[in-house]
Design a protein around this ligand. Structure first.
Ligand SMILES: [Zn+2]
Length: 233
């Protein structure tokens, strides 16, 4: 097996691999999904708050109707002419009036609480919208940075790929296919040198029989890290 070409290929590919890794593992790797999640969460939360606000507003409307009806009832009690009423009837009317008044006080308190509730929901809604907008803006900025770096690296990527293309013609197709499959699984480098009696990557020591097989066949797949150990005399 002619190792020269595939090793040369791997050497150029190393630059490409490193470049790809740098681009892939930039600040965006964790940030973009995180910001996306933040935006989604705040969107869910704001629609939840909208639902809450609608329910409270509806309750307030009902309450206002009750208050109006109670007020009207209070006025009706006072409409009767005291001249035509017995003292007992007057006493009854005054008692009713008192009940209506305390009822109204309680209803007003409830209305105030609901208004406070609405204000809280509104404040929370506003801060949720702010979180959403901030996350969206930050997402756009980081995405733009990623796009810029990708665009900047593109000429270098193209250059390396052209070199690899040219070199690939000298390599046995099966060897290249094997190499590319490993590379796609991010097993890199694919070919590693024998160091001492061990795999140059994972340092697993080879048995005597594996070692003699490697020395006669020039390559051997490492049982531990699945890379190709090569031996050059
Ligand atoms: Zn190994």
């Amino acid at each position: 097996m002619d190792l020269t070409s595939i090793l040369e290929y791997q050497n150029i590919d190393k630059a490409l691999y490193n470049l790809e890794q740098t681009l892939e593992n930039g600040v965006w790797k964790n940030m973009l999904p995180k910001l996306n999640q933040t935006a989604k969460n705040s969107q869910n939360k704001s629609s939840q708050l909208e639902g809450q606000a609608a329910a409270v507003l509806k309750e307030m409307e009902e309450l206002k109707k009750t208050i109006d009806a109670t007020k009207k009832h209070g006025k009706d009690i006072l409409k009767s002419d005291p001249e035509t009423m017995s003292s007992e009837q007057i006493e009854q009317a005054l008692l009713k009036k008192d009940r209506v008044t305390s009822n109204l006080i309680a209803l007003d308190k409830r209305l105030t609480r609901l208004a406070e509730n609405i204000n809280q929901i509104l404040a929370e809604f506003n801060s949720t919208v702010k979180i959403y907008n901030d996350a969206k803006l930050q997402y756009q900025q980081i995405k733009a940075k990623q796009d810029r770096e990708l665009a900047e690296a593109q000429p270098k990527i193209n250059e390396l790929k052209a070199k690899l293309d040219l070199l690939s013609k000298k390599i046995n197709p099966k060897t290249l296919e094997f190499y590319k499959a490993r590379r796609a699984d991010k097993i890199f480098p694919v070919f590693v040198e024998l160091i001492g009696n061990s795999c140059g990557r994972c340092r697993m020591e080879l048995s005597a029989s594996a070692l003699s097989k490697l020395k006669s066949e020039q390559t051997l797949i490492c049982e531990n890290c699945r890379r190709v150990i090569y031996y050059i005399k």
